[in-house]
Write a protein that binds this ligand. Sequence first.
Ligand code: SAM
Length: 248
Amino acid sequence: MPSENRRPAYPAVRDLAPGEHEELVRRLFARVPRGYDFLNRLLSLRRDVAWRRAMVKAMGLAGTPRVLDAAAGTGDVGVEVCLACPGATVAAVDFVPEMLLPSRAKFRKAGIAERARPLLGDAMRLPFPPGTFDAATVAFGIRNMPDRAAAMREIGRTLKPGAGLFVLEMVPPENALYRFYLTRLLPLLARRFTPDPAAYRYLADSILMFPQPDAFLAEMVAAGFSGPRKRRLTFGITYLFWGHKIQS
Ligand SMILES: C[S@@+](CC[C@H](N)C(=O)[O-])C[C@H]1O[C@@H](n2cnc3c(N)ncnc32)[C@H](O)[C@@H]1O
């Protein structure tokens, strides 16, 4: 029988104070990197790749943009950005070193190591001066930030006026079938493939607790982004949201 230490149980998101939520996210992502990409592809039937690609296409990058990828994880967005725009540079920021570790080899393999840089850092306290970036992305990360508004304000601080923030996120299920997959099937599949299946209970829980798409757009506006838009992807499992930093 695996010890409690190997298979922690995660409390429900709604029961967590913000500090506890952050601590849980750090702990959880420190445990998942081995096999993270594989499980992402498997459990989303490779839709995660298509979703990131759709986001990068929507960014319409050209020239030599500086892009912030906040909550970069294993660096998939950085690869897509650099392949889509040969002049782009990417700062791939994540606060869990174990998640960032594979990104270095990934960037090297994609031939973009000169342009994409993994950086250990907290999206709530970014180590960049105001107005550094031409665009920012957060893919499947904002859901893990206890204070989404503060995170978006901080990202906005590092953007040039008019620059876009692009957010990919999984939203609460629109239909019973997907809810069943998320809350029942996914934990079973995860048990088969990961040493930390309870992490997938957190995943389901954090998706259920995320606001409805229009409510999230309102949060973007309150955080200082104008003209917010959304695009429904794959039957509404995931949404792409974007808006532009208000010109001051
Ligand atoms: C589900 S993963 C997504 C990774 C990647 N963006 C992708 O598309 O696969 C969420 C990531 O957000 C990171 N994260 C959560 N809160 C963060 C914060 N405040 N600052 C930096 N990274 C954070 C976690 O460490 C984790 O790597």
